[in-house]
Write a protein that binds this ligand. Structure first.
Ligand code: PMP
Length: 461
């Protein structure tokens, strides 16, 4: 780090932050007596805070975003050049980076064809929900409007997204919610709801979706929205057998399949998209975080041509198009950054690195599990991994949140940032999570594992 930030009089910065910034996900009482953390600079896998302390970032910017790592001048330059040429134009007009990024993106997504730009994962999901609702009105007299979501999945922060949210701890105190969203059971075998294992478990969990469709009435269910690998709900990789059965059920009942790739999209699990591990054919794919690795705000709702066609079949009907706009969907910095982000992933072989390093890290986490009995389960795909902590391996009683936070806190003190699934109601989210940038090396991973090892020993003995 070059220490340049010290020129800004960092004490003034911290005072301004304490006085005026309302931090995300934060209880602010502690900041009355202690300083909030301000992250000042980043390079590769590392960030520096206001005290100049170096940290290795095991969670890509806190929430699975900075896939290509910090300090990428190529992306900054692409954005700069584009901003000077044309920063913004919205409404019905297109842009050069929007068109060129869409073409590149669609090359990676066989079977899909249209990209709708917006700004956040929540917004991308809202776009898909609105499309589903409009299709219900256009095709089914408004009846086939219900949207299914899965227990433990998260789709965003707006009221509609929370209405489709399977994490009660995120929803508490924000109701009432939007009608027409219906929950299906989670598919985490470690917290089994059926006395089955492996593929049989996967099929049973998918069949539970069919039960909900039949209970609600197939003529009322328009779509199902699922994370390919559940992120904040506990890093859950659905068991074998799950996805093929989900696809079959969707086809059988004419239920559109919406895959929320806000976390998994653009390489996180070692393929461009998480759903591509499972051979499924979604109708909607939403994405945000890794699309431009946080160098600009961009999100997309990508659809099949079949979905798109439903919005242009009768051009004489004044209601017959997607009557939606996203003001900042017209910012050109997003697709310019996203295009360069994709170039970097390809040129540096980051998908291949993610597969190799993900396998390595999973092995290391299994070794930690052999050593620490508080680790009940280890799971994940690519560089998206979790270790679920329990009080007792036999009963699988979840570790209390305070103790899990003590582990992440100790890692932080060691200069190692790892995550935990949502700080929440007791017993729901007790999983340490790891999502280093896709550039991670073995020695980076060793650092994350060694810090966790030390922290577990310190907290649990
Ligand atoms: N979907 C998933 C799976 C997410 O994890 C998140 C954010 N953590 C969102 C949607 C919402 O994205 P955003 O915060 O950009 O609105």
């Amino acid at each position: 780090m070059d220490g340049k930030f010290l020129d800004n009089d960092i004490d003034k910065v911290v005072a301004a932050d304490r006085a005026h910034v309302w931090h995300h996900l934060s209880q602010h009482k502690p900041y009355e007596t202690s300083d909030p953390r301000v992250i000042v600079e980043g390079k590769g896998m590392r960030v520096w805070d206001q005290k100049g302390k170096e940290h290795i970032d095991g969670v890509s910017g806190g929430v699975w975003t900075v896939n290509v790592g910090y300090g990428r001048e190529r992306i900054a330059n692409a954005v700069r050049d584009q901003l000077i040429k044309l920063n913004y134009f919205a409404g019905s007009a297109g842009s050069i980076p929007g068109a060129m990024f869409s073409e590149r993106l669609i090359e990676k997504m066989p079977g899909l064809s249209r990209v709708y730009f917006c700004n956040s994962g929540s917004e991308a999901n809202e776009k898909a929900f609105k499309m589903v609702r409009q299709i219900a009105h256009k095709r089914h007299g408004g009846k086939k409007h219900k949207i299914l979501f899965r227990e433990r999945d998260y789709h965003g922060t707006t009221i509609a997204c929370l209405s489709a949210g399977g994490q009660p701890e995120r929803n508490a105190q924000y109701g009432p919610f939007a009608p027409g969203f219906v929950e299906v059971p989670h598919c985490l075998e470690y917290r089994a709801q059926w006395d089955l294992t492996g593929e049989d478990y996967g099929i049973a969990a998918a069949n539970a979706i069919e039960d909900v469709i039949l209970r609600e009435g197939p003529d009322t269910v328009g779509a199902i929205c699922l994370e390919p690998v559940t992120a904040g709900g506990g890093v859950i990789v659905p068991p074998e057998g799950y996805w093929p059965r989900v696809q079959e059920i969707c086809r059988k009942y004419d239920v559109l399949l919406h895959i929320d790739e806000v976390v998994c999209g653009i390489g996180r699990t070692g393929t461009w998209f998480g759903y591509q591990h499972f051979g499924i054919e979604p109708d909607f794919v939403t994405m945000a975080k890794g699309v431009a690795s946080g160098y600009a705000a961009i999100a997309c709702c990508v659809t099949s041509e079949r979905v798109f066609d439903m919005f242009k079949d009768d051009a004489t009907d004044p209601l017959n198009y997607f009557r939606d706009i996203s003001t900042f969907g017209g910012c050109t910095a997003g697709p310019a950054a996203a295009l360069e982000n994709m170039n970097i992933i390809e040129e540096e072989g980051l998908l291949e690195n993610t597969v190799q390093m993900g396998d390595y890290m999973l092995d290391q986490l299994h070794a930690l599990k052999d050593k620490h009995k508080v680790i009940g389960d280890v799971r994940g795909k690519g560089l998206f991994l979790g270790a679920e902590l329990v009080k007792d391996r036999t009963t699988r009683e979840p570790m209390d949140e305070k103790s899990v936070a003590a582990v992440t806190g100790d890692c932080m003190a060691q200069g190692v940032i790892i995550g935990m699934t949502n700080r929440s109601l007791p017993g729901l989210n007790n999983t340490l999570c790891y999502s280093p940038a896709l550039i991670a090396t073995k020695s980076d991973i060793d650092e994350l594992i060694e810090a966790t090892d030390k922290a577990l020993t310190k907290v649990f003995g």
